[in-house]
Design a protein around this ligand. Structure first.
Ligand SMILES: NC(=O)c1ccc[n+]([C@@H]2O[C@H](COP(=O)([O-])OP(=O)(O)OC[C@H]3O[C@@H](n4cnc5c(N)ncnc54)[C@H](OP(=O)(O)O)[C@@H]3O)[C@@H](O)[C@H]2O)c1
Length: 266
């Protein structure tokens, strides 16, 4: 599978913009970091483990599921950027085991809410006042189609946390829109990341089938993906880049789904 498009990048579009992308060392977050950096932005990203940055990216190491971690990142943003124009909250994911509702302990619920909801809530509370002071800014919260199409086996708490994130994002947009700060949500379906490809390989090995069959099995579990494939991280990054750009200056308080048609209803 390859990305089915090419375009001409404006290398100056985000020149002078100070950007934070959380969870930007892998998957969709990494693609967003690369996309915004390539278009001239100065980008700080975060993760728990340091990586060898292959793009001119500033980095703060912290666990964003904790209050202390978000404080470290907010302080790092001030130290490395001196202010903020764009925040993309990409950090998120689920670690819960299978087994449905009964297997979800208080701790697992807390973990899913801390990473998928509170990381963004806390960072916004610390950094958005800077945007309010300057009267401008753009924020994107990465949610999931699971907030509308929850799967029950292992991701109930994740889906509920993403639903809360989308609702929070909408409420925030009402408060910040009049001040000149745009807030939107992106809800991806299945994204073709290194982690999801590793899952395909594991499933194929487990069932003794090939990767195409395993990939199709995941799509069937989602009820099908009409375009026949997951989204590339670069495709998610392209949508985010548009939403935080001035080209999207009237788009506010909206949720953009990028799922190849997975959600079956209007
Ligand atoms: N992948 C999908 O199919 C899919 C579908 C719908 C929605 N989404 C959403 O899209 C976003 C990106 O997902 P992805 O699958 O592309 O991500 P990913 O490949 O799993 O990468 C996650 C990133 O976040 C960092 N991270 C994870 N836990 C962290 C923590 N506690 N503190 C700080 N950093 C942490 C990781 O680095 P370290 O591990 O080093 O910390 C990494 O940089 C998430 O919000 C996810 O919920 C993904």
């Amino acid at each position: 599978m390859t990305i089915p498009w090419k375009f001409t990048l404006d290398h100056q579009e985000f020149a002078g913009k100070r950007v934070l992308v959380t969870g930007g060392t892998k998957g969709a977050g990494e693609a967003i970091v690369r996309r915004l950096s390539a278009a001239g932005a100065t980008v700080v990203t975060t993760a728990r483990s340091a990586t060898e940055a292959s793009s001119p990216t500033l980095f703060v190491q912290a666990d964003l599921s904790t209050l202390a971690g978000t404080e470290t990142v907010a302080a790092g943003v001030m130290e490395q950027l001196g202010g903020i124009d764009i925040i993309v909250h990409s950090v998120g994911g689920s670690k819960s085991p299978g087994g449905g509702f009964a297997g979800l302990t208080d701790q697992l619920w807390q973990d899913e809410l801390s990473l998928n909801l509170l990381a963004a809530v806390r960072l916004d509370r610390m950094l958005v006042p800077l945007m309010v002071e300057q009267g401008s800014g753009a924020i994107v919260h990465i949610s999931s189609i699971q907030r509308r199409l929850p799967l029950h086996e292992s991701t109930i708490a994740y889906a509920a946390a993403k639903a809360a994130l989308s609702t929070y994002s909408k409420a925030l947009s009402k408060e910040l829109g009049p001040i000149g700060i745009r807030v939107n949500t992106v809800a991806p379906g299945w994204i073709h990341t290194t982690a999801s490809e590793a899952m395909v390989k594991r499933l194929a090995a487990h069932s003794g089938s090939d990767e195409e069959t395993a990939r199709q099995g995941i799509m069937d579990a989602l009820g099908g993906i009409p375009i026949g494939r997951p989204a590339w991280p670069q495709e998610v990054a392209e949508l985010v880049a548009f939403l935080v750009s001035d080209r999207a200056s009237a788009i506010h308080g909206a949720e953009y789904v990028i799922d190849g048609g997975t959600i079956p209803t209007v």
